[in-house]
Design a protein around this ligand. Structure first.
Ligand code: ADP
Ligand code: ZN
Length: 660
């Protein structure tokens, strides 16, 4: 291999291709696909990554690679290939995909920040075992002969070998010093879950079918109602992969990646689990990543970008809650984790399992067309019933003179739980106190100066915030336009809902769990633990509590404003509403008590609401897939979103002509 194709680290579209360089003799055998190198480029030098090595090149007078930038191969060939696919399919620059594949803290092109390294002593390959001048030198030689590699510190502290001895042995060319990063140990699990349970008949059937049909090489779509025991299926599949010496990737939406979830896997597979998610420090993430790269940890749990974990000998990829919108990364590098998972699995010959109680229309459509193999579990573990769903028509409440946020049936149901000492969950998909604020006199609406969307009012901090860009400003009680003092608040958020609930049930212990008051590290876990210990009567939450959380004492779950999702301006609004109802219903009645779900809506006749209430996925799918086909929406077409930003009116006409 005399030539290398190098991708240059410059985000310039016309440089997004390989450049050929000669591999100089001193680097031959060291430069491989995935090596990070420095090369002469233009009038200077550039850094880059080797994407191919070959024996022949038809280009003459090539320049040579200067040097290797990193001794380890950080991106295996399999991931380089995947990166090229993602670059092409999602119109990304290849280099930005490669950067996205490495976690924060693994900076390939610079010095590794905060790394802790130790020096390792080994014998040089050509060194001889004779001619030493002292017993210490002989002792070091014997030590390395027997142990292979010893850290410099251990040699000095445990074996009493001095720095001078080491230095002279290095000088003689007998001993070589290299560096190795040392890693933090991942935290050990706190909770005990006990031995694996006996599988249910459903779980047995699903695992048997995966076993008998995996030869077909298609992804499996596992649709199992909430509480049907999908996690245990994942655990068994991971165990089977491990028994064959293969590694597994388990992808979960960020918000569902709770410490409890991680603990289940860490307990079942001690010393095998790496966790990759955004709440880790850069150092923690880098350690986990390197240990996966070296094959020391063979199970990766993580959100979206963990699909790029450098797992070796990949045997299994699971994408849990595969319908989740958060699997799509909108900013660079753009990709859809589920689609990338299917692709990576196919390339690696790994088993791919997509799981959900409410699969995306796209995936279920593929399953119906025979591209995926569908597996269904309709029963909850232990024969527990699915909760009853009651739909409250808010129009009727209004006609009968009831104008409060909590309808009369909901008030009665909460009161009933309080009397029985059971817990209630009130779900509202909106932060803040009020979603928009305007002046009663002149109609002025408080808007973001950057984004032209209305600002959300937060009563606790008396501030207005933009949910789009994060802009914040103090709330002024006087209208900036007319000076009037009659300010009107519209649209209810969780902060205000908490006030309303405290007023309605003054004796109840109320807690709110949303991204606004859960910013501090650990606050999430504390709130979760308090709910589990029964120290909370009424829990108010956003999407954060809608999934992944196991609260055994919640027997009532209410969606305070189901229409918020239904009215969202997106062709997927009906699908999201259906999913939301199913997920919230899944929070109720997971323990022994029977669960009740209350759904407040102004549009009770909407199919997404009705079928969500009936928890009938198949009927919802058939109704909604018909709409998609009729209006030519995905999965019957592909949609591309093109965002152009610039100063108003400055985009030339030819820009649009070329685009279209
Ligand atoms: P899903 O992910 O499908 O909503 P889970 O995996 O959370 O469901 O399982 C629901 C509950 O059932 C969990 O508490 C889990 O520990 C329990 N469970 C799963 N499988 C079994 C089994 N075979 N026997 C007893 N309990 C089980
Ligand atoms: Zn803004």
């Amino acid at each position: 291999m005399r030539y290398a194709e190098v991708l240059i680290e410059r985000k310039v579209a016309r440089l997004d291709r390989g450049f050929t360089y000669e591999i100089p003799p001193h680097l031959s055998g060291l430069v491989a696909v995935g090596s990070f190198v420095q090369v002469p480029f233009g009038h200077g030098v550039a850094k880059g990554i080797v994407v191919d090595v070959k024996a022949e090149s038809d280009v003459s007078e090539l320049k040579s690679i200067d040097c290797l930038l990193h001794g380890e191969i950080l991106l295996p060939e399999e991931l380089l290939k995947l990166a090229r696919f993602i670059a092409e399919y999602y119109l990304n620059h290849t280099m930005s995909v490669l950067r996205g594949m490495l976690p924060a803290g693994v900076n390939i092109f610079g010095k590794v920040e905060g790394a802790r390294v130790e020096q390792i002593l080994t014998l040089a390959s050509g060194g001889s075992g004779t001619g030493f001048t002292g017993s210490k030198q002989r002792a070091l030689y014997k030590l390395l002969w027997e142990e292979g590699a010893v850290s410099r510190r251990a040699a000095m502290e445990a074996h009493g070998i001095g720095a001078g001895t080491i230095a002279s042995m290095v000088k003689k060319g007998v001993v070589v010093v290299t560096e190795r990063e040392i890693f933090r140990r991942p935290p050990s699990p706190a909770e005990g879950f006990g031995p694996p349970p006996v599988l249910t008949a459903d779980q047995e059937r699903v695992l048997a079918e995966i076993e008998s049909r995996r030869k077909e090489g298609k992804p499996f779509l596992l649709r199992g109602v909430t509480g049907s025991g999908k996690t245990e299926i994942y655990l068994r599949l991971i165990g089977a992969a491990l028994a064959e010496g293969k590694s597994s990737l388990l992808l979960i939406p960020e918000i569902a990646l709770t410490p409890q979830f991680v603990a289940i896997f860490a307990e079942r597979f001690p010393d095998e689990v790496a966790v990759l998610h955004s709440r880790l420090s850069a150092g923690e993430r880098r350690d986990a990543w390197h240990r996966v790269n070296r094959g020391e940890l063979r199970i990766v749990l993580g959100a979206r970008s963990a699909i790029f974990a450098p797992a070796r000998r990949l045997g299994l990829i699971v994408v849990d809650e595969e319908h989740e919108q958060s699997y799509y990364q909108e900013n660079s590098p753009r990709f859809h984790c589920r689609e990338v998972a299917v692709r990576r699995g196919a390339d690696a010959g790994a088993l791919v399992v997509l799981g959900s109680a409410t699969p995306s229309l796209e995936s279920y459509h593929k399953a119906m067309g025979g591209d995926y193999i569908v597996l269904e579990m309709e029963e909850r573990v232990g024969g527990r019933p699915l909760p009853k769903v009651e739909i409250v028509d808010l129009r009727r409440e209004l006609q009968e003179g009831w104008t409060q946020v909590l309808s009369r049936p909901l008030m009665a149901a909460v009161r009933d739980r309080l009397a029985k000492g059971e817990q209630s969950l009130l779900f509202l998909n909106r932060l803040g106190s009020h979603t928009f604020v305007s002046c009663r006199d002149c109609g002025f609406v408080y808007q973001c100066p950057h984004c032209s969307v209305s600002l959300v009012y937060y009563r606790n901090s008396k501030s207005l915030r933009c949910h789009h860009c994060g802009y914040a400003t103090p709330m002024r009680e006087q209208c900036p336009a007319c000076g009037g003092r009659r300010i009107r608040y519209f649209g209810l958020g969780t902060e205000e809902l908490e006030k309303v609930v405290r007023r309605a049930f003054p004796k109840a212990r109320v807690a709110r769990l949303d991204s606004d008051n859960m910013r501090r590290k650990g606050s999430f876990e504390a709130a979760y633990a308090a709910v589990r210990r029964g120290e909370v009567d009424i829990l108010i939450g956003t999407r954060m509590v809608a999934k992944g959380w196991d609260f055994p004492h919640i027997t009532l779950a209410a969606i305070v404003a189901a229409d918020l999702t239904l009215n969202f301006p997106d062709f997927r609004a009906a699908e999201w509403t259906f999913q939301l109802i199913t997920q919230v219903a899944g929070r109720a009645g997971r323990g022994d008590g029977e669960g009740l779900v209350i759904l407040q809506t102004y549009r009770p006749e909407e199919p997404a609401i009705l079928l969500g209430g009936a928890q009938s996925y198949r009927r919802f799918y058939e109704w909604e897939i018909g709409n998609r086909e009729q209006y030519r929406y995905p999965p019957f077409t592909h949609l591309i979103k093109i965002t152009v930003s610039g100063e108003r009116g400055k985009l030339p006409c030819h820009f649009w002509r070329e685009l279209l």
